[in-house]
Design a protein around this ligand. Structure first.
Ligand code: NAP
Length: 248
């Protein structure tokens, strides 16, 4: 599934889904670059947990929407490890509001972090992957990007854009032996859903056929599979992990 030589960059790995992805990849012997934005202590704890289990991890700080910061991070990874085999574009934010009330700033922040950030990280990672003639990119979208979600059109647009970006990317980089896929989680137990009104979340969860919220690890298992050699013939696809909520 993994050779034990792979180096992975997981963005937004300080907590939530990214943390679960970092820990799961590390459990297969993948060296994990634990990226964070503001929560250094949490990122250090993730790296420490990986190293105490016998793995290799290092933390990297960057605002993914900052081109120069992303370039610096990828240069450091290349300098230190000389390779990058797996990129998980997971960092993401919500800034919800109904469209008539949405400020330009809320719109832009979400597009910049979720979509432009993914573009920057992907472009810099590809500079390393191209020379290796191999690589796997997994972009974490959302069911909101598949079906659209009232009250978060900025987020839905960013995640829908991410899906189209990944489909195009998969075709563009396939000749270089690089694969790109999307994992689209439904409601997952992280800080992102903890900030929702409990009554609203409860209402949504009642619509989930499996009858509960997802665990971050349940998203991570799909990401690790797509990053692995077991998914060698899969590219340009969207995998929804949502307890059966969305039917497409
Ligand atoms: P979370 O717990 O809120 O964590 C967000 C992560 O993104 C943190 O590691 C944070 O870093 C990082 N981040 C935020 N803004 C950033 C920026 N400008 N630059 C770099 N990193 C930044 O979120 P989560 O629920 O785990 O979500 C992870 C991904 O899954 C997101 O893309 C989200 O859209 C997607 N998703 C989540 C759900 C859900 O129900 N939770 C559902 C569908 C899709 P710091 O900790 O350092 O601030």
């Amino acid at each position: 599934m993994f050779t034990g030589e792979e180096v992975a960059l997981v963005t937004g790995a300080s907590r939530g889904i990214g943390k679960a992805v970092a820990l799961d990849l590390a459990s297969y012997g993948v060296k994990v670059m634990v990226h964070y934005h503001s929560k250094e202590e949490e990122a250090l704890q993730v790296a420490d947990q990986i190293e105490r289990a016998g793995g290799t991890a290092k933390i990297f700080q960057a605002n993914v929407a900052d081109e120069a910061a992303v370039q610096r991070m990828c240069r450091e990874i290349k300098k230190e490890y000389g390779r990058l085999d797996i990129l998980v574009n997971n960092a993401g934010i919500t800034k919800d509001g109904f469209v008539t009330m949405m400020s330009a700033a809320k719109w832009q922040d979400v597009i910049d972090t979720n979509l432009k950030g993914t573009f920057f990280c992907t472009r810099e990672a590809l500079k390393i992957m191209h020379r290796q003639k191999r690589g796997a990119i997994i972009n974490v979208a959302s069911t909101s990007g598949v079906v659209g979600q009232p009250g978060q059109l900025n987020y839905s647009a960013s995640k829908g854009g991410l899906i189209a970006f990944t489909k195009g990317l998969a075709r563009e980089v396939a000749p270089q032996g690089i694969r790109a896929n999307v994992v689209a989680p439904g409601f997952t137990e992280t800080d992102m859903t903890r900030q929702m009104e409990p009554d609203v979340l409860k209402k949504y969860l009642e619509m989930v056929p499996l009858g509960r919220i997802g665990k971050p690890e349940e998203i991570a298992y799909m990401v690790s599979f797509l990053a692995s050699s077991k998914a060698a013939y899969i590219t340009g696809k969207v995998f929804i992990v949502d307890g059966g909520l969305v039917t497409v």
